[in-house]
Design a binder for this molecule. Structure first.
Ligand code: C2E
Ligand code: CA
Ligand code: CA
Ligand code: CA
Length: 279
């Protein structure tokens, strides 16, 4: 039964207040975090299903506050996006991950890529391409080592601006991936419009892959679609051996997930055994 307005007021206002307060505390702490260098990047391996070797890493933002402790990205990234703080922090992510990739140039195979998440706010920033270009130059990074993870919603606006940004990023030599594929506004038109490299199958289609016929059908179709378009495909959130075996049978190229490894610190990347990396 629906509550009337009065009940809503009585029962939900205090809670909303507490939430709003918490949100404000979070926002203030995040503003300071940018200046105080409280952010960190972790790296999750991406594993090739044929060779079983690591062929890339995704950079994932971590935040540890002295009092609040570790805050999950699902809590603070939306706040960064709403406040626009994701723009300077996103720049920091590009600079830091590129510096790390540069440091690993002797350690990681030349083709081992680094994926960086891009938020819509960053995409709308007119200086984005210039910034990325500068970061690549500063770190003397081969551009193909950097992959940008875009979301479907960014590509839904087939505007001249979207076209020109994607064309410029491709022209720099970067790779482009679609994150959380199949969960956004579903139009496939952008797949023919833009020149992409990788589709990432969202974890929600992987979770019940081995028990749900529907999820299996969706995953199978995404893999076929990617390959028919000449794209690589990677499955996200792979946690079990059964999922790995099934994805390999389906011809999926790569997997990322707790089964092969959780996100690890830059320090731990440098300590990975060579056998996991070299073909
Ligand atoms: P995402 O880009 O879809 O990243 C994948 C998320 O799934 C990561 O969560 C990762 O730790 C988690 N994951 C990977 N494998 C598994 C698995 O096998 N099981 C489970 N349960 N989870 C797995 P994380 O690090 O908490 O990040 C959450 C989201 O926050 C990301 O989702 C992304 O949207 C956003 N995010 C993280 N770092 C950045 C960043 O630097 N910039 C931007 N714009 N967004 C970021
Ligand atoms: Ca991602
Ligand atoms: Ca994802
Ligand atoms: Ca996601």
């Amino acid at each position: 039964a629906k509550m009337d307005g009065r009940n809503l007021y009585h029962f939900y206002l205090p809670e909303m207040n507490a939430k709003a307060k918490q949100r404000l505390i979070l926002e203030q702490a995040l503003r300071i975090a940018v200046e105080d260098d409280e952010f960190n990047l972790f790296y999750q391996p991406q594993v090739d299903l044929v060779s079983g070797k690591i062929v890339g890493f995704e950079a994932l933002l971590r935040w540890q506050h002295d009092d609040i402790g570790i805050v999950a990205p699902s809590t603070f990234v939306p706040v960064l996006e709403e406040t626009g703080l994701i723009v300077p922090i996103g720049q920091w992510v590009f600079a830091t991950s590129s510096r790390h990739r540069r440091k690993w140039s002797q350690l990681l195979p030349h083709n081992c890529s680094l994926s960086v998440n891009l938020s819509a706010r960053q995409f709308a920033d007119r200086t984005l391409v210039q910034q990325i270009k500068r970061v690549l130059e500063q770190n003397k990074l081969p551009p193909h080592q950097l992959e940008i993870e875009l979301t479907e919603s960014m590509l839904m606006q087939d505007t001249e601006y979207t076209q020109s940004v994607l064309r410029s990023l491709k022209a720099l030599g970067l790779k482009l991936a679609i994150d959380d594929f199949g969960t956004g506004y579903s139009s496939l038109a952008y797949l023919k419009q833009f020149s992409l490299d990788t589709l990432k199958i969202d974890k929600q289609f992987i979770d019940h892959l081995t028990t749900s016929e529907k999820d299996a059908a969706i995953a199978t179709s995404i893999i076929q679609l990617a390959h028919n378009l000449g794209l690589q495909v990677i499955a996200e959130g792979v946690e079990t051996k059964e999922q790995v075996l099934m994805l390999r049978n389906l011809g999926c190229d790569m997997v990322q997930g707790y089964y092969f490894g959780r996100p690890i610190s830059a320090w731990d990347v440098a300590k990975l055994p060579k056998a996991m990396l070299l073909h």
